[in-house]
Design a protein around this ligand. Sequence first.
Ligand code: ZN
Length: 498
Amino acid sequence: MRIISGGLQHETNTFAVSKTSVDDFVRDSHFGIGYGTPEDICRRFEGTNTIHGGYLRGARELELELLPVLNLRAYPSGMVLRECFEALVGELLNRIESALPADGVLLDLHGAMVTEDFEDAEAEIVRRVRGIVGTDVPIVVTLDLHANISPDLVEFADAIIGFDTYPHVDMGDRGYEAVALMSRILRTEVRPVMALRQLPLLTLPPMQCTLREPMQSFIADLHELESEEGILTATVAMGFPFADIECMGVSVIVVADRDQELAEAMVDQLSQRLWSLREKLQPQLVSIEHAMEVSQQTDGLVIFADGSDNPGGGAPCDGTVALQALIEAKHVGAVVATLWDPEAVELAWEAGVGVELQLPLGAKVDDQHGDTLEVTAKVLRLSDGEFVFGGAMAQGLSDSLGNTALLEIDGVRVVVTSLRRQCIDRNMLRTVGVELDSISLLVLKSAVHFRADFGEFADEILDADTPGIHRPDFSCFEYKNSRSHSCYPLVSFNQLDI
Ligand SMILES: [Zn+2]
């Protein structure tokens, strides 16, 4: 059996000022301007904890022929430009068409891509792929836990499998699951039917975390339901709340074998259970001043999760609010990682290791993440920023921070990078020789993913009260789409029932 796989992933923050172009996909996908060959894709993802890594493992173990035609992503950022979407989807469709005939198609998508023309870009991608392969070839789609799912996507796909974890440590397993399900469909052992519920519920990253309650128990319930007779797979998509679109928010999908009624009953059961948890899904935020106090009273490591400026959700990653407070307090032992400022990195590289220089640092993208700081910094270390993920999330995948500099300002160290990257792996700090045992207070521009590789070493983790376009606080955003205003918590709980 011959299966084609393709992927195009972007999480779109519609509050970001910049738009996303082909250049962004080329830079972040590591395949160059030719977008890579099937062999390049196999080389990059083989043995990694990623969706395509899981596809490759599944195909090998289940003895299916897998042909990966394209797999591109751009780091989360603003709206995808029309010409970018058309160029990349056009390339995907051409490559699928050239690779036909095929028995099945696997699509590695995110679920929260928004373009100038399409609020649910994934539904449009699957609609176009369906147009090429026809209705007889099954399409199984994998999605991120942060997908904003519309009914259109469910209509065009045969089965949807979302990540069950946040941090996303199960990408390889979900890719494998997609191949295994495809194999059963092709052997006519099963025929999937799907039921979708869009809940009138919006949630924010800190409490979407599946290492914390109430999500930890909810996911255990979801796994229990998946093991029931007749159920093929179930997904809870917690939604990406920083996208002002109609299909934003939480949705639940159950895929059953032939039995639509069973799928509907089970999706209702899961939806009711999740709905009952809504009040427990609201985060508690604390200030950097509070974090400094906690750090002074703690022997071990305190992590200040500065999710408001999380580049993994499209924020600039150059915010200075926490950094400024740390410098003013001369909080020795504090580290900020990572701060995106290519100009500062260039100045540090020109100056060289050991040199002290004055430079403007951070807050250069917009006016929502603090002020640019005029600092006197010592260059402690320089690096090319190349690393391989060592923690569970994306383990084995290579990536780069670009040229990187470790600066010290009044005892506070800052890892300044040329590429915008969320610091979620200790190997990213190691590019400039920083180990956790040298840190008392660590400011990470990450909401939740850092927990996969840093969490077990932290004595305390605090969710940051800082400004930004990824701030986990609905009161800071002006949503124009009408659905959001009929969702909890934007409307009072009494007005709603499901
Ligand atoms: Zn995600």
